[in-house]
Design a protein around this ligand. Structure first.
Ligand code: IMP
Length: 200
């Protein structure tokens, strides 16, 4: 089976990616198997730029075909921020809880009552020579709660109710998030690419 390096240090993302790509005909390595590999810069202004530069970085550093995801949460009342800056919202060393608190506090300060939001994920695959093999995108629409709810998932999940549901991503069963989320929608396309490109 060909090997794909899953280029993320986020345990929540790693779990979702592994579960969704199961059955693609590829086996997966994680960064845990590569102690010497550092972390890529994320200076791009779009999710695609960041996903591609992360996939290239990990592929070059490990010598394996690598996948990376860049994602973010966009909130209407905040002019669709934090977006591509979602990970660094509240500063480099902030926790998920700190980012959630800041988001709720910014929403409480604005006069705009529009709590619509969307999660965006771009997933890129690159080879060790730097060639980009596949890029796919998924978007999940929903609304932002007034307080965190639920203990599942990661990141902003306790604040996000996907359209068509009454529970947050952190309250819904993992299998439902992995069916409807931004990352799931991007990875369904990635999986089609992988299944078609089994590399013997
Ligand atoms: P990056 O893709 O590593 O730049 O990080 C994106 C930011 O958005 C991080 O703060 C994540 O926690 C957050 N994020 C991305 N996807 C999700 C998700 O599925 N649920 C909750 N938060 C997410």
């Amino acid at each position: 089976m060909p090997i794909l390096l899953l280029g993320t240090r986020n345990p929540g993302k790693l779990r979702e990616i592994t579960s969704i790509l199961e059955g693609s005909g590829w086996s997966f390595n994680s960064l845990q198997d590569f102690d010497h590999v550092g972390s890529p810069e994320e200076n791009g202004v779009t999710y695609s730029e960041n996903a591609i530069s992360k996939a290239r970085y990990y592929a070059t550093a490990t010598g394996l075909i690598a996948l990376a995801d860049d994602s973010g949460l966009e909130v209407a009342a905040l002019d669709w921020a934090p977006g591509v800056h979602s990970a660094r919202y509240a500063g480099e060393n902030a926790s998920d809880a700190g980012r959630r608190e800041l988001l709720l506090s910014e929403l409480s300060k604005t006069s705009n009552p529009d709590r619509r939001a969307r999660f965006v994920s771009v997933v890129a695959i690159a080879d060790p020579a730097g060639a980009v093999l596949n890029v796919s995108e998924g978007i999940c629409h929903g609304t932002i709660t007034f307080a965190p709810r639920g203990t599942g998932g990661f990141g902003y999940d306790p604040l996000f109710i996907p359209d068509g549901h009454t529970q947050t991503f952190a309250e819904l069963p993992e299998a439902i998030k992995n069916h409807i989320s931004h990352r799931a929608l991007a990875l369904v396309q990635t999986k089609e690419f992988l299944a078609a490109d089994s590399r013997g």
